[in-house]
Design a protein around this ligand. Structure first.
Ligand SMILES: *Cc1c(COP(=O)(O)O)cnc(C)c1O
Length: 393
């Protein structure tokens, strides 16, 4: 302690402590448990894209500060992707911004678009950086809780409408949704869009799992709905789509005024990042659709393997339509406290999972849910499933 009694950490961040991922990953190490907590793949993405990064580095492309908005090749590739995939056209020079992963895109968007006292309506449970970034912007989060309904976590549109007040500045949407695996349907998105237009709200939408949808589910970008093009900041990332989460290459697509605002915040966060990797990701975005189809099929098979194992072990399982997480209900196992369950699971079964309650303001709503990641090698998932069989024995 210094002589003053004032704590080092400021008030807006003090509530957040250290993330559960650090605690659970440490537990995995000390117990030798299989870590299905944090969501990163245990195999790298396509070899030719790794080689593209090596080539960029050797050729001296991106080893010095790249342009602030991102290298032109990547901005062009992002724009081409949005056009080819969704029929949405963005000007690579004024409507695309490259960021240090989606994480910086989220931070820069919220810091740029919010005034202290503004309210942000966000889907709960939410990705952990949302709450911290809203707090750093001095704004207030207003959660709308997704609740289980016929095997899927569903958005209650009436609750969303009721959460919006005169102080609401923006809606923070995430689809496909981490941690629940819900993919918002066309009807749900249309209703969100119609409401955002009617109330003249900005929308920030985190679509980093856009390519990870299963069983023929369709990801629809919110920016494509009527009246949304000019009010929506869409966030994408190469980390999840191409299995290079360490490269931290993300992007924002939006109308010029919104991109300029986000860039104003971004330039004072990292300014730029990931130079050579930006070039490699430009090549990744140009891979044929067959790559994505193969990746999706592979992930779906992993989902099915883990989901079946969890069901056999006695969990209630919500089959995810997207992302690489499966949320379970521990009540069929006679448990109700996800925190206690996850702290004990490494000893009991040699597996690490994450209590969904950490993603809730209403902790009691999230208490019985536990999240497992399935973006791991098949043999790792098989071993985890084998170990989980001991839970009841
Ligand atoms: C992983 C993840 C991010 C962060 O993406 P990066 O590109 O690694 O910064 C953002 N949002 C969600 C929902 C995620 O799961």
């Amino acid at each position: 302690m210094t002589s003053s009694a004032r704590p080092f950490l400021n008030r807006s961040l003090a509530a957040f402590g250290t993330t559960i991922f650090a605690e659970m990953s440490a537990l995995a190490l000390t117990t030798g448990a299989i870590n299905l907590g944090q969501g990163f793949p245990d195999t790298d993405g396509p070899e030719e894209i790794r080689e593209a990064a090596v080539r960029a580095l050797r050729d001296g492309r991106g080893n010095q500060y790249p342009p602030g908005p991102g290298v032109p090749e990547l901005r062009a590739a992002v724009a081409a992707h949005q056009e080819r995939r969704y029929g949405l056209s963005f000007d690579p020079d004024t409507e695309v911004l490259v960021t240090a992963g989606a994480t910086e895109a989220i931070a820069a968007s919220l810091l740029a678009l919010l005034e202290p006292g503004d309210e942000v309506v966000a889907l709960e449970p939410y990705y952990d950086s949302y709450a911290a970034c809203i707090a750093m912007a001095g704004a207030r989060r207003v959660p709308v809780t997704l609740r289980p309904d016929q095997g899927r976590f569903r958005l209650d549109l009436d609750e969303l409408r009721a959460a919006v007040t005169d102080r609401t500045r923006l809606l923070l949407i995430n689809t496909p949704h981490n941690p629940t695996g819900t993919v918002l349907t066309r009807e749900e998105l249309a209703a969100v869009a119609e409401f955002a237009v009617a109330r003249d709200l900005l929308v920030v939408t985190d679509e980093v799992y856009e390519h990870l949808v299963f069983d023929g589910a369709e990801h629809l970008p919110l920016a494509g709905f009527p009246g949304m093009r000019e009010r929506t900041v869409t966030i994408g990332s190469a980390g999840k789509t191409y299995s290079f989460t360490g490269w931290k290459v993300g992007w924002v697509t939006a109308a010029p005024g919104l991109v300029a605002a986000v860039r104003s915040a971004k330039q004072y966060l990292t300014y730029v990042a990931s130079g050579p990797f930006q070039h490699a990701v430009a090549e990744a975005l140009a891979l044929p659709d067959s790559y994505l189809a193969g990746f999706r099929a592979d992930m779906q098979a992993k989902r099915d393997l883990l989901a079946a194992g969890l069901r056999d072990a006695g969990f209630g399982v919500f089959i995810p339509s997207g992302t690489y997480f499966v949320t379970t209900d521990i009540r069929p196992l006679g448990e109700s406290d996800g925190f206690a369950f996850c702290r004990a699971l490494p000893e009991r079964a040699g597996v690490v999972a994450i209590p969904n309650a950490v993603f809730y303001d209403h902790r009691d709503e999230g208490a019985p849910f536990v999240r497992f990641a399935f973006c791991k090698r098949t043999e790792v998932l098989q071993e985890a499933v084998q170990r989980l069989k001991n839970l009841n024995g």
